[in-house]
Structure formats: C-alpha cells, structure tokens
Design a protein around this ligand. Structure first.
Ligand code: FAD
Ligand code: NAD
Length: 367
C-alpha cells in the first residue's frame, strides 16, 4: 500500500547488442531515451574500427570496437526515434560467420559528459570551392561514405590543418547550399556533404592555407559542438537576427529551419552589419527570400560605406536596436540571436540587456 516507486535506481545507461545474417552485421544501441534523431548519432568506420557516439542530452555513450572482420564502406544508420533504438547495419566483405563483434578499443562503452569526450576527426574531400564575395568562398566537403554526421542548426565543427609543423584547429559553422524559399525535404546531399562559408584573411594563419587546398584534397573535420537548441525556437513568434560579417553563417540554417518548421512564427528580421556593400554575403538571396516570404525582412547596415549617398556610417548601437527589435504583439514570444566579431557580440548582448530583454530571449553564437 505504501509502496513508493523508486525511479532513481532505474538504470539509464545505454547498452548495445549485435546480430548477424550471412551478409550483414547489425549493431543495436538501446539509448533508453525517447525523441532520438539522426543528429544525435555520429558513426565512423576507419581502418576496421567502428566508432558510434550517441549524444543523449549532455552525455555521450560511445561504442568503439576493432571489428573482427572486414566490412564494406557504406554503412546504414536507422533510428527508431520513439523508442530510442539505433541500428547500424554493416555489410560483411566475406560471408563468414562472426563469433564475436570485435575487440573493445579506448573508452568503449563509456557514458560520460559530452564536454569530457574530446573531438573526433575524419578526413573529408574538398569537392568544390565557389566565390561568394571578393574574399569569401563556399567550401563543399564530402564526408567519407562510412561516416554518419549531421550538424544541428547553430552548431559548428572544427577544421584541423598542420601548418609549419604545428597542428592548428579553427571553428566553422556549416551552412545550407542556399536560402530556401520553398519547403523542401532535406536532400541526400545535406547528409553527405558539409558546406562552409569562409572568409579568407590574407594575413591570417589558417584561412590562406585553406584557400590553397585543391579540389580532391582532404581536410580533417571534427564532430560538431554548440549550445543552440531547437527547443529555443519551437513556439517562437518573433525572431531577430543580428549578424556581422561571417557571423551570418549560423543564421543560414536557422532561417531555413524556422521558416519551414516553426508554425507559430510571425516575423523574422535580420539586421546584417558589414563594412561595405561588397562584403554583404548572399545579398541577392536574402532580398529574394524577403520578396517570397512575407514573414522575413532584411536590413543592411554599413560601417564603412564606399559610395557617397549610400547612407551614413553606422554600427551597432542601443538606438539602432531599440528601433529594430519590436514585438509583433504584446507579450509575444521572441528570440534575438547575435553573431559576429567578439566586440560586436558583447556590445549587442549588453545593449539588449539594457533594453530589458531577458537572458532567455537572447542567444549568442560562440565557441
Ligand atoms: P587569424 O590568424 O585569426 O587572423 C584574422 C585576422 O585578424 C587577420 O586579418 C589578421 O591579420 C588579424 N590579426 C590576427 N592577429 C592579430 C593581432 N594580434 N592584432 C591585430 N590583428 C590581428 N569564420 C568563417 O569565415 N566562417 C565561419 O563559418 C566561421 N564560423 C565560426 C564559428 C565559431 C564558433 C567561431 C568562434 C569562429 C568562426 N569563424 C568563422 C572564424 C574562424 O574560426 C577563424 O577565426 C577565421 O577563419 C580566421 O582565421 P585565420 O587563422 O585565417 O585568421
Ligand atoms: P568584419 O571585420 O568585416 O566586420 C563586420 C561588421 O562587424 C562591421 O561592419 C561592424 O559593423 C561590426 N564590427 C566589427 N568590429 C567591431 C567592433 N570592434 N565593435 C563593434 N562592431 C564591430 O567581420 P568579419 O571579418 O567577417 O568577422 C566576423 C567575425 O565573426 C569573426 O570574428 C568570426 O570569428 C566571428 N564568427 C563567429 C561565429 C560564431 O561564434 N559562431 C560564426 C561565424 C563568425
């Protein structure tokens, strides 16, 4: 009668199992978590080693095994979202029975905080490089066939290069190939390629080396990181984006996501800060999107306008923000996202705080 249900003893540590047919080996991970999706599972297979990282809120469950026998390059990942079951299907190279899956490798079966996991890199092939502006390019990287990695909205990856004998790592935020003005299912291309919009600094350490990569060359790309959560925009009514220079990059996937998935959304306004008109990224696409989707508006602010008559020199300020950020109705649910050079982001956050916006209403993209 007085029985108390003890949920604390319920073991929430994920577990795994495997089974085989003549041709296939299927590894199953029971995450014990509802609402799993494709972005929460990162699979790599390199040199006979299988690595599956399942991201469960702030925790990571790792399966890391030296497989008993060789498997083919193409690996399939199925996720039963509701029950939190992950299935990885491997194709045997030789159709012989396996007596065991393989040997455990470093950190196999560990369940630790994501922040303690460390980054994992795989080599990706540069398949195209296209100009966006005089100094910014789109780099399209192809993931290996044996990798399953989807970068969530608002998250970034790290690129790694050896420069003058030293390993250098810098963060970049993947974008979509365009700003979509019509609803589209995510294409196959989205899950097999990463598109990065990168400004080349002639005096920079990393980007000139990146610019020297030729089509067909390889570069190391990490898993993604980031604090942005889709739940921040789930029932959103008004979204304000403050982007400066390449701080525009996280806004690309975010715009595509909210305009196609958030039905409560009434207005999305982007204030895009650049030095000159020539520096504006995807201006034409932004203007086209504003014409097609009445919820979306864009304003360009120049800090070093070249031509006379293109308006006065303007930078982020309290008065600019108080005019720009306005709720579409009293008490509407809003979010203001800020991204750009550190001083820009810091000033933006301060001005918004002074204008009375709460911490939950402001998100800044940082590493
Ligand atoms: P750096 O060597 O860092 O130099 C950059 C500029 O600063 C150069 O003009 C250089 O001359 C000048 N400089 C360097 N040191 C000094 C100094 N001491 N004093 C004065 N000037 C100096 N960038 C993108 O293009 N696209 C993205 O999607 C993107 N995403 C990012 C995501 C995150 C989370 C973060 C934190 C940054 C992101 N960045 C992005 C920026 C990127 O990580 C690099 O900082 C950028 O590419 C510059 O790298 P670099 O090594 O070539 O230049
Ligand atoms: P930029 O130097 O061309 O400047 C763009 C605009 O930012 C300027 O026109 C001005 O309006 C504003 N600005 C620049 N310096 C400022 C300052 N000191 N105070 C106030 N406003 C200022 O920009 P860029 O070279 O394209 O650099 C973009 C920056 O965004 C980089 O520092 C990069 O690291 C950062 N970034 C961050 C993320 C992220 O954190 N997720 C993603 C992409 C880019």
């Amino acid at each position: 009668k007085n029985k108390v249900l003890d949920t604390s003893s319920k073991d929430l540590t994920p577990s795994y199992d495997w089974f085989q047919t003549d041709h296939l080996v299927t590894v199953v991970i029971y995450t014990k978590q509802k609402g799993m999706n494709s972005e929460m599972v990162i699979v790599d297979h390199q040199d006979g080693r299988l690595r599956v990282d399942s991201i469960l809120r702030d925790y990571s469950y790792l399966l890391h095994i030296e497989l008993s026998y060789a498997v083919q390059e193409d690996i399939t990942v199925h996720i039963a979202e509701k029950v939190g079951k992950v299935e990885i299907v491997l194709k045997k190279k030789d159709n012989i029975p396996w007596s065991k899956l393989g040997q455990p490798l470093e950190s196999h079966s560990s369940f630790i905080k994501c922040t303690d996991r460390g980054l994992c890199y795989r080599r990706c092939k540069l398949v195209s490089k296209t100009e966006v502006t005089h100094d910014t390019k789109l780099f399209c990287l192809m993931l290996p066939q044996s990798t399953h990695l989807q970068v969530p909205v608002g998250h970034h990856v790290y690129l790694k290069q050896i420069i003058a004998g030293t390993e250098i790592v810098k963060p970049y935020t993947p974008v979509s190939c365009s700003l979509k003005s019509d609803f589209k299912e995510p294409s196959h291309h989205d899950s097999t390629h990463l598109i990065l919009m990168i400004k080349i600094y002639p005096n920079g350490l990393f980007t000139p080396e990146l610019d020297h990569l030729q089509i067909g060359d390889y570069i190391s790309v990490s898993n993604s990181e980031g604090s942005f959560k889709k739940s921040q925009v789930q029932t959103l009514e008004d979204l304000f984006l403050l982007a400066a220079g390449t701080g525009f990059t996280p806004m690309v996937k975010l715009l595509n996501y909210v305009l196609t998935n958030v039905c409560s959304l009434r207005t999305v306004k982007l204030m895009f800060f650049n030095k000159t008109e020539d520096d504006i990224l995807w201006r034409n696409q932004l203007e086209q999107l504003a014409l097609k989707d009445k919820r979306f508006e864009v304003q360009f602010i120049l800090s070093e306008p070249k031509k006379e008559g293109t308006g006065k020199q303007r930078k982020i300020s309290s008065s600019l923000l108080s005019e720009f950020v306005k709720r579409s109705k009293k008490d509407s649910k809003i979010l203001i996202c800020v991204c750009g050079p550190a001083p820009f982001t810091e000033q933006g956050i301060q001005f918004l705080q002074d204008l009375g916006y709460s911490k939950e209403e402001v998100h800044s993209f940082t590493a």
